[in-house]
Write a protein that binds this ligand. Structure first.
Ligand code: BGC
Ligand code: NOJ
Length: 818
């Protein structure tokens, strides 16, 4: 069952009924001001940091209730008694004659009609501005004049969203607003250390306003039936403490057939500390720098121009890489939605979504490094800066803060470091950056450790310490010690927590000298391969050999202790017993080491890689994707930690944890199995799953972190959409390994591994300043193998495209075959 459809031409997903199984959201903003918006206008806005600079409130623990949003009410003054409704369905949930939500690139529109009044609302954030525009177009489809009241509302958050949600003894007394010339300014704490405020403005004259929530809603009433809307009159209340809101009231008469556009602006503004007040010495916000901005975007033509600019920007981004394959789901995810999601994971890591509160986590070190893997080609400049910011939260010992706050760019002390895989991901992101851009200068950038001035080292030095970090932390089997956890944050082998509520990630009751990770071993070998190549080009062959040797030794350790006979083991626990082995009662086989070790090249020549992947197919693969491990843990295991805290089939306890599936897809391509790789790709592809939206329940246009596994009662149900490493990894799997258009240090490799029934495909891609028009032919219907490649009509040797930069546009033709 579907709740909408893809409009591929327009690059939007169209939702045709408001009561989707869960709120289906979109993100607004691409720079510093952001918003989350659901298909019924729920969501919130923030500046840079969803925790520390939140503009509007959202109510937690409420999927799918979805309350808190950019709510507009329409009141029909001609009906008796006057009826009112939300043209976005929420919060009044009045049944509408027409409803349609279109989530597009950086914007969302909601269209509805009721009783002859048509409303079209477009929400977006202009490039270069810290404000959002709600453009409401009203059309009177009645045969006679319509008299309407319109109310636009937001509930302000007192900036720090964590404090806002918890510290009422203070918060109920600090709220302050100012209303001047019909603009509502939210200025809580502006009197002291904040130099910023929020504003709500409108293109029309107001009939009234409210800034005090109780005045607007009435006591003991909710947003679904505000007293102010019901009575049709606002009280011009000025909030003192309690809950500051912005509510604006406009009266409008529309002739039969008449259409009017009203613009609402919600924004954020900063003043220099020494010109906060006007006049100086007063408590009035200095509005001289904000008013011109408000003036500008109140104008419908300016708003339209800003919208067009935003669309051009997005289309430019999407054009970086476009494909035409025989599979519609591949095309639409690659050409539009996966890119949109890459942008979201780049901007928010795992911080702000409908499953991440925006107050819990900042940017993850391993998460952001992996998000970058898929993002490089879109905005290499921003990727470069992010790499340097991440490296600056690395510690002198080579380890890294597990998370950092986007506003301060400082490591988060509460979570700290000691996740032993973290530093290795930095090696992969830097390598990917160089491969995409050819910009070797990044290695010479001077970057501090722990942001401490005076501790600067080259980025190259940082990478060396990343590698060293693993090498000086090997366990009894010569495998890397796991620390708090490796990629699986919930496999906590040193935790041994018996106290409810203790953090599995930071509690350590063991000295950490025994538990080892086979996964980190695979990751290390992969990183060592990159370091070897980087070092060879940067220094000399001899220096590079260090990494070759280290990788070899690690590989030996894996074969000695990490191979279980038909698959790779997962880890060793604190008792020196294997995890993810046929010997275990539960959790006998895990997906992660199969993916990571085969991607690192282990066992490809001798059949053991095939054996491992066959074990995956047999024991872990389901029609809904590949499960994390099997069997799931049916009880809490003290020595395994959080992984066994989930009921089997959910999250890290054996769900289809989508992030890991592309590792198997890539591994399958390493063995030349394009059919299998693409089959796995489609199993978790949200567009392909659109038909079972009543089962999947999350948005059909973005990947979700998990899909409940076979052991879960809700098998096949997705959760935690949007902010997941799946976005980057699945994009890599399909673009670089299945379609096989893969940047390497010296050029672009063309090495497709596709379903043999495909006749071929085409790709348009920008690469190092050139534009490539690539056509792949597959006349013999093979899965893999390039027999001929032509560059601008001239045959070239091999399948590595090395461009000399003399020309900007190139035609590339590739023939696959035996
Ligand atoms: C979640 C993990 C997450 C970890 C650290 C756990 O509760 O299940 O997905 O990585 O917390 O934030
Ligand atoms: C989500 C976390 O953000 C990520 O860092 C981790 O690798 C996965 N969960 C698996 O635990």
């Amino acid at each position: 069952m579907k709740f909408g459809y893809f409009d591929d031409e327009q690059r939007v997903y169209v939702i045709t009924r408001p009561d989707t199984p869960l709120p289906w959201i979109n993100y607004l903003g691409c720079e510093e001001y952001f918003g989350i918006i659901s298909n019924t206008a729920g969501g919130y806005s923030f500046y840079k940091d969803a925790r520390l600079r939140r503009l509007t409130r959202y109510r937690y623990n409420n999927a799918p209730l979805d309350s808190g949003g950019r709510y507009i009410y329409l009141r029909d003054e001609d009906s008796s008694p006057p009826r009112f409704w939300s043209p976005t369905w929420q919060p009044t949930r009045t049944s509408l004659d027409e409803y349609e939500c279109r989530h597009g690139m950086g914007y969302t529109t909601i269209h509805s009609a009721l009783a002859g009044i048509r409303a079209d609302i477009r929400y977006f954030i202009p490039l270069g501005e810290n404000l959002e525009i709600w453009e409401l177009r009203l059309t009177n489809q009645r045969p006679q004049e319509a008299n309407l009241s319109i109310f636009a509302t937001v509930e302000f958050c007192l900036w720090d969203a964590m404090d806002d949600a918890t510290n009422f003894q203070r918060n109920y007394s600090v709220g302050e607003v100012e209303v001047v010339d019909e603009v509502i300014y939210h200025k809580t704490e502006y009197r002291e250390r904040r130099n910023h405020f929020a504003f709500l403005a409108c293109s029309e004259r107001l009939a009234g306003f409210d800034t005090d929530r109780e005045a607007f809603l009435g006591s003991y009433r909710g947003w679904d039936s505000p007293a102010g809307v019901e009575s049709g009159t606002l009280t011009n209340s000025i909030a003192h403490g309690w809950q500051p809101i912005g509510a604006q009231h406009i009266r409008l008469s529309l002739k039969a057939g008449e259409q009017r556009t009203i613009i609402f602006l919600l924004g954020y503004h900063e003043n220099p500390a020494d010109t906060k007040f006007d006049p100086p010495g007063s408590q009035n916000v200095d509005k001289r720098t904000v008013l011109p901005i408000i003036q500008r975007y109140r104008n419908a033509d300016e708003a339209q121009a800003a919208f067009e600019k935003l669309q051009a920007y997005w289309h430019g981004l999407l054009d970086t890489l476009q494909v035409v394959t025989p599979d519609i789901h591949t095309n639409r995810m690659m050409n539009t939605w996966n890119v949109c999601q890459l942008m979201a994971t780049f901007n928010f890591s795992r911080s702000a979504s409908y499953f991440e509160s925006g107050i819990g986590r900042g940017m993850g070190f391993r998460d952001s490094n992996q998000d970058l893997l898929g993002f490089m080609h879109l905005m290499p400049g921003r990727a470069r800066q992010r790499i340097l910011d991440l490296a600056a939260t690395q510690l002198p010992n080579g380890g890294a803060y597990h998370q950092f706050q986007p506003l301060t760019k400082r490591g988060n002390n509460e979570v700290g470091s000691g996740f032993n895989d973290d530093p290795l991901w930095l090696v992969l992101s830097v390598a990917a950056y160089i491969k995409e851009t050819g910009d070797w200068s990044i290695l010479d950038e001077s970057v501090p450790y722990d942001n401490l001035p005076g501790s600067e080292d080259s980025l190259y030095g940082h990478l060396q310490r990343s590698m060293q970090y693993t090498l000086v932390r090997l366990g009894p089997h010569g495998l890397p010690l796991i620390g708090h956890a490796d990629w699986n944050d919930c496999l906590n082998l040193n935790c041994f927590s018996e106290a409810p509520g203790q953090s599995f990630q930071t509690t350590t009751n063991k000295d950490g000298k025994v538990a080892e990770s086979v996964f980190i071993a695979g990751l290390f070998i992969m990183a060592a391969g990159e370091m070897e190549e980087i070092t060879r080009r940067k220094e000399a062959d001899q220096a590079a050999e260090v990494y070759q040797l280290a990788a070899k030794e690690m590989e030996n350790a894996v074969w000695e202790a990490g191979w279980d006979g038909a698959w790779f083991r997962r880890a060793y626990d604190d008792f020196g017993e294997p995890v993810g082995s046929g010997k275990c009662a539960e959790g006998q086989i895990f997906i992660e080491p199969q993916g990571m070790c085969v991607m690192a090249g282990l066992g490809i020549m001798d059949g053991r890689a095939r054996q491992a992947l066959d074990s995956v197919a047999e024991r872990l693969a389901t029609p809904h994707g590949i499960m994390l491990h099997q069997p799931g843990y049916t009880r809490y295991y003290l020595h395994l930690g959080e992984i066994s805290s989930y009921p089997p089939g959910y999250k890290e306890n054996g769900s289809v944890f989508c992030h890991t599936n592309p590792w198997i897809m890539i591994a399958e391509t390493r063995l030349g199995n394009g059919s299998m790789a693409h089959d796995y790709y489609l199993r978790i592809n949200p567009s392909k799953r659109e038909d079972i939206s009543e089962v999947h329940r999350c948005e059909p246009y973005v990947y979700a972190q998990m899909i409940a596994g076979r052991e879960a009662p809700s098998y096949g149900e997705a959760k935690n959409s949007w902010l997941t490493g799946t976005a980057a990894w699945n994009y890599l799997a399909i673009s670089q390994w299945i379609l096989g258009i893969r940047p390497e240090f010296d050029g672009l490799r063309l090495d497709p591994c596709i379903p043999p029934e495909w006749e071929g495909f085409t790709v348009e891609r920008s690469f190092r300043g050139c534009r490539l028009d690539i056509t792949v032919h597959n006349p013999q219907h093979v899965s893999r193998g390039v027999v001929r490649m032509d560059l601008d009509g001239v045959r070239v040797e091999g399948n590595l495209l090395v461009l000399d930069g003399s020309q900007r546009k190139h035609q590339v033709e590739v023939w696959m075959g035996e």
